[in-house]
Design a protein around this ligand. Structure first.
Ligand SMILES: NC(=O)C1=CN([C@@H]2O[C@H](COP(=O)(O)OP(=O)(O)OC[C@H]3O[C@@H](n4cnc5c(N)ncnc54)[C@H](OP(=O)(O)O)[C@@H]3O)[C@@H](O)[C@H]2O)C=CC1
Ligand SMILES: O=C(O)C1=N[C@H](C(=O)O)C[C@H](O)C1
Length: 275
């Protein structure tokens, strides 16, 4: 059988806020074919995904059958990628299934535990199948994180505030965890205690991540995705802030990841490793 030379992309979570953007971006990319749109929402089963995202009919209908779709993709295309924007409760299973079929996952869904990521890395290694886990696809966030790493050479006190829409299932955000992790890997412990603190209400001081970095999570309608990293020293505060006003900002990073993952045989974590 002749195989199509474009990258076949399966979008998992296609009817969601991110999935719809990915459907539009992939459809417009000349080197990609939108192979399937998967979503478990019963209300969208059988709908034309093009109509759903406002692009007009594409003759591609939403299904919830992940494994048969993975099997069909590898039959018809040499290069196959599954982009996952689903839910923290299902992403691990989805990614394992994709790797098992030889379909390379590009994972935007957050909420995977460290153990799950380690397990997926081992599984991808054994299978020789590339996989990307990207907590944040926006270039602005990569730049913020680089600036934070630089600032941490000069500041010993830092806290992170992440602010998101109130449909978000996981807290802290994957991006805030990654940012705290990056700062923690630099070999210093932050925020040496100044006084003995007592939280009169649990959670008042946020959660401690990595090397004693406090992360505070805000959830409100009207927000999309925002993050502040505040560095403090006597007499000054250095604030780094990133604001998302449209989910389209993630699409250059998603398309780049789809093009990069087909060259990989292992799991790679973070957009900064690709640019
Ligand atoms: N890495 C990044 O740059 C970004 C990551 N994200 C992350 O992506 C994930 C999705 O976000 P968002 O699009 O806002 O969420 P949405 O809830 O808008 O979309 C998720 C979609 O996936 C569906 N779904 C849930 N579970 C499954 C499953 N097991 N199989 C198939 N479909 C499923 C949902 O259906 P139903 O509604 O019926 O449950 C929904 O249609 C979150 O973890 C979020 O944090 C978001 C933005 C950027
Ligand atoms: O749920 C979201 O919206 C987002 N989730 C990701 C995260 O948890 O970091 C990325 C971005 O913040 C948007």
């Amino acid at each position: 059988m002749t195989q199509d030379s474009t990258i076949a992309v399966i979008v998992n979570g296609a009817a969601g806020k991110m999935g719809r953007e990915v459907v539009k971006a992939v459809t417009q990319a000349e080197d990609m074919t939108l192979f399937a749109a998967i979503d478990h929402n019963p209300q969208v089963q059988g709908l034309d995904v093009g109509t759903l995202v406002g692009m007009g009919e594409q003759d591609l209908f939403i299904t919830q059958e992940l494994e048969p779709t993975l099997a069909a993709a590898v039959q018809s295309h040499r290069q196959t990628v599954m982009v996952d924007f689903t839910h923290p409760s299902s992403v691990y299973h989805n990614v394992r299934a994709a790797i098992a079929y030889g379909v390379r996952p590009v994972v935007g869904t957050t909420g995977l535990s460290e153990e799950q990521i380690k397990d997926l890395a081992e599984f991808a290694d054994k299978a020789d199948v590339g996989c990307l886990i990207i907590p944040n696809f926006s270039i602005g966030m990569v730049l913020l994180q680089q600036a934070a790493v630089q600032a941490s050479q000069y500041f010993d006190h830092v806290e992170i505030i992440e602010l998101h829409h109130n449909q978000k299932a996981d807290a802290p955000s994957g991006t805030a965890l990654q940012t705290a992790q990056m700062l923690s890997e630099l070999g210093k412990t932050y925020n040496p205690p100044q006084v003995e603190e007592k939280e009169h209400f649990p959670g008042a001081r946020g959660s401690k991540v990595g090397e004693q970095i406090r992360v505070h999570s805000v959830r409100l309608p009207g927000l999309i995705a925002h993050q502040e990293v505040l560095f403090g020293a006597p007499g000054q505060i250095y604030t780094l802030r990133h604001d998302t006003s449209d989910r389209a900002c993630y699409m250059p990073g998603v398309l780049l990841s789809i093009r990069k993952v087909i060259e990989l045989q292992t799991l790679v974590f973070g957009l900064e490793k690709l640019i």
